[in-house]
Design a binder for this molecule. Structure first.
Ligand code: PMV
Length: 314
């Protein structure tokens, strides 16, 4: 059995995070300049089913069976073994590397799961369909998030801009005019589970206030889709700012995010907001031919990393 390699991109949510968990639409795009990579290679002298994991970025170098029961990497192998109806997986080494910042809203968990599942399935000679890959990754997202909407696995597996409503197949966005977004990382890592749980608790204690905010966010996502698909992405700025105001009302922004968002707007971004779970992680800013100026301003305001990503015509 030859070694098999697979990769998967990062992602950003342009509009609609959190409200998407409650049935509102959201828009997400892949970020292909950062990727998770998995290489599965045979272990010739190991006992059957003996799987070695090498993930230096997160300090893992051990056999699968020594990981805790609900560890995401262990769960991927278990999901695939069941899906492919294998008695056990052939002995192998899984090497995982990633350039996607962890717990930062860029979909690192979904990308790692997708790359590993793809590489494992390829290794045993049974490539997965897009839907199978998406549902395996979704199962692992439940461990990461608790109650994921399914947007992360959808955008990462489809590797295309999507309009997403929970429980429905993702719709591919048409992009008649390309646009540029600058991503700024606060360097503050927060697991998505924490922000998703915070929103859930808020919603349980005041459902009507939360549902009103979710509905506004949903309207913004629908308006954003119309602007993107009618070739007017430069008009998205005010919608981004309004989405950010609503995320602030949900207590998902932080002083670090607010500082980067203000710096981007002052540098000439058309709009800016946090992206993903919030409480830290990344923000995004819509550029107007001024990505360089926005990048410099974000760095001056303390961004630990910036990425300029092009949402290409498609
Ligand atoms: O994984 P993150 O931090 O990009 O967040 C995913 C988006 C949420 O709406 C917060 C959760 C979800 O499952 O949709």
């Amino acid at each position: 059995m030859p070694a098999f390699t697979a990769t998967a991109p990062g992602k950003i949510i342009l509009f609609g995070e959190h409200a998407v968990v409650y049935g509102e639409p959201a828009l997400a795009v892949p970020v292909t300049s950062v990727r998770a990579r998995a290489v599965v290679s045979p272990r010739l002298n190991a006992a059957e089913g003996e799987i070695l994991l090498e993930a230096p970025d997160v300090g893992i170098s051990q056999t699968l069976r020594n990981l805790p029961g609900r560890h995401p990497l262990r769960a991927i192998v278990e999901e695939l073994t069941a899906l492919l109806e294998l008695p056990h997986f052939p002995a192998c080494t899984i090497q995982i590397t990633s350039t996607i910042p962890i717990s930062s809203g860029l979909g690192s968990g979904a990308a790692v799961s997708t790359a590993v599942a793809k590489a494992l399935a390829g290794f045993v000679g049974t490539p997965l369909t897009t839907n199978q890959l998406s549902s395996v990754t979704f199962e692992i997202e439940k461990i990461h998030h608790g109650i994921p909407s399914g947007i992360d696995n959808s955008v990462v597996v489809h590797q295309a801009p999507i309009f997403f409503i929970k429980g429905r197949p993702p719709e591919r966005l048409s992009i008649p005019r390309s646009f540029q977004v600058v991503i700024g990382d606060t360097g503050v890592h927060q697991p998505t589970k924490k922000s998703v749980t915070q929103v859930r608790q808020g919603w349980m204690s005041d459902p009507s206030r939360y549902e009103t905010i979710f509905a506004y966010i949903g309207d913004i996502a629908r308006q954003a889709r119309r602007l993107i698909e009618s070739g007017s992405p430069a008009d998205l700025g005010p919608l981004m700012n309004e989405n950010q105001r609503l995320l602030q009302k949900l207590d998902l922004s932080t002083p670090e995010l607010d500082r980067l968002i203000s710096a981007a707007r002052e540098a000439g971004a058309l709009g800016a907001k946090l992206s993903g779970g919030g409480l830290g992680g990344n923000m995004i800013a819509l550029a107007a031919g001024n990505a360089g100026l926005i990048t410099d301003a974000l760095k001056d305001a303390g961004a630990v990393q910036t990425i300029t990503t092009e949402i290409e015509k498609s």
